[in-house]
Structure formats: C-alpha cells, structure tokens
Design a protein around this ligand. Structure first.
Ligand code: 13P
Ligand code: SF4
Length: 303
C-alpha cells in the first residue's frame, strides 16, 4: 500500500509535467482504473482520445486501443504501459483474407469491430464497438455487410438487422469460454440474480441474458435496475466500476475465468514507468493511419 501511494504521487507529478491524460478500459486492474482521468468502454475512450487537448495520451488497455487513439489524434504522443498487451481476437483477421472476401463480395461494405489492427481498419468502410454495432450496421448504405473479426458479436447484430452479414470467424478467447452450463449453474445458485452479458459471448450464452450490452451499457443497466443481485458475463475488471456505482448491490462473476490476461499485463508500476520514459510509444504509418481514420471518424458520427 505504501509503495502504491508513492507510485501514485509520482504519477500525478509526471502527469502534470507531461500534460498527459490517462485513459483506462474497464478491464484494467483496479490500481490503474483508480488513477485514470477517464474509465470507459472502447467507444468512450476513442471519443476521449479524439477530443483531448492534452499533449500525451497514456492508454491503459490493449494495443488496438492505443492504436485507435493515435489514429484519431495523430499529433499527440500516445504511450502504453506494456506493448505486449495485445488482443488475440484482433489478430484473428489478416489483410489478405479480408481483401479476398472483398473481392468475392464487391457490393458489400466492410464493418469492422474496433478490436482490430490499424491495417484492417485501413481496409474498412466503418468501424463500430459493441456499444453502437447495430446502429453502425444499419447506417451503412448497402444491404450486404462484410463483418470482421468477431463472430459472436456478428451473430448478435445479425439478429437485430435486416442486412445480410458475411461474418468472419474470430472470437474473444475470454468471453467465448463462458458456457451455457456455467451460466445455468450460477442461475441455480443465485435464483434472484439477473444475468447481464457482453455480446462477445457465444450466441447460446447471450440468449440467456436478462440484459445484453457493452461494458458501459452493463454498468449503467445494473446501476439503474431495481434488481439487487447480478451474475456478470463479462471481464472481471468491470467489477471496479460496478461496485463503485452500486455499492449496495451484489455482483457474481459467472466464472473465475472471465479474465483477459492481456488486459492484466498492465499495472501501476508500468504505468508510472511509461510516463517517466515516454516509452513504448504507439506508431502508425501515415498512409495506414489516414485510411483507418476515415473508418473511425465515420463511426464517431453515427448517432
Ligand atoms: P467494450 O468495453 O467496448 O464493451 O469492449 C469489450 C472488449 O472486449 C474490449 O476489449
Ligand atoms: Fe481482446 Fe477479449 Fe481481451 Fe477484449 S477481453 S482485449 S476482446 S481478448
């Protein structure tokens, strides 16, 4: 605790010196969420990165999030606590594969989940997050959509839109691990609890949800609901904001495996160190960034 106090003091000092802003995803460790200027889901954090007038953005999340921040704020310095924090789902789609699919479906528009590399975004018509996926797909002026990379979110969106979606086979290792059996056992154990679930989970698991949404949407739902007890079907870091917003409610994570190891690579010590050394920095080649930026800016304009 003493060490963390010293780290936090050093952090505040560095933040001032560098004119930096700290953004943290809800899946980050508590010790990082505690010191962030903004906590949020992928959508809010992309918005904050685009809007900030700080000189430095410290992005506590996984690599694609830092990349999106750099693309949206090309004149800012974007640093991350550890460049090994990647997203396995983002790595499940490659440019060659996507180009092949585009050649096979020349009339389709490409909608890409923000959990993807800058190179994939550069091949994309419009990005989305789990918070706006249905709205984004419906906003596209084509009846045919190529959807990458998350098959589970893709399946969820397909149920809510009339457009024909050609869905890539990627998935999130962490959310995809949750099974119907896990959820049914928890429901039997906590019969008064509602099940709130992220659409990165398997379709048959999402189907069991009393509420389905992005991390922000789940947190908001739990806060506003009359229900006092929840089974949570998303990454365990969301517990920080859930308990902060609803201190008198009870939250049971659906399994103890709902932990994204990449998100947990970052810690307070590395956060302080990256502001000290200004490394590692995110770099995106200009031609890639210019194309990718269009797809992200289009997303930010969808109401
Ligand atoms: P959201 O916070 O946008 O719901 O994203 C979930 C996720 O898996 C991010 O990696
Ligand atoms: Fe990627 Fe899943 Fe981790 Fe999010 S939770 S960063 S989608 S692996």
């Amino acid at each position: 605790a003493e060490q963390n106090r010293e780290l936090r003091e050093r952090l505040m000092q560095l933040k001032k010196e560098r004119n930096a802003i700290i953004l943290a995803h809800y899946y980050q460790r508590d010790e990082i969420q505690e010191v962030a200027d903004f906590r949020g889901d992928s959508f809010l954090l992309a918005q904050k990165a685009a809007e900030t007038d700080a000189d430095v953005i410290v992005f506590c999340g996984v690599h694609f999030m830092g990349e999106s921040a750099k693309i949206l704020a090309p004149n800012k310095t974007v640093i991350i606590p550890d460049e090994r924090a990647g997203c396995p789902m983002a790595d499940m789609v490659n440019v060659d594969g996507l180009r092949k699919l585009k050649a096979q479906h020349p009339n389709a528009k490409v909608v890409t989940y923000i959990n993807s590399s800058a190179e994939i975004k550069a091949e994309t018509d419009i990005c989305c997050t789990s918070a706006n996926a249905v709205r984004v797909v419906n906003s596209v002026d084509s009846d045919e959509i190529i959807w990458v990379p998350d098959k589970n979110l893709g399946h969820y969106v397909q149920q809510k839109t009339d457009k024909k979606m050609i869905i890539w086979e990627g998935y999130c290792n962490t959310h995809d691990m949750l099974t119907v059996k896990d959820v049914e056992e928890m429901k039997a154990k906590y019969p008064n609890a509602q099940f709130v679930v992220h659409p990165e989970c398997r379709p048959e698991v999402v189907e069991l949800g009393d509420f389905v949404g992005s991390t922000t949407a789940i947190i908001k739902y739990c806060k506003e609901s009359d229900c006092q007890e929840f089974i949570v079907g998303t990454e365990d870091g969301t517990g920080y904001q859930l308990r902060l917003d609803s201190p008198n409610k009870t939250f049971h994570f659906a399994t103890k495996y709902l932990v994204c190891p990449n998100m947990k690579v970052n810690n307070l010590k590395k956060l302080v160190k990256c502001l000290e050394t200004m490394q590692p920095q995110i770099y995106v080649p200009e031609d890639v960034a210019d194309k990718a930026r269009l797809s992200l800016e289009r997303m930010l304009q969808v109401k």
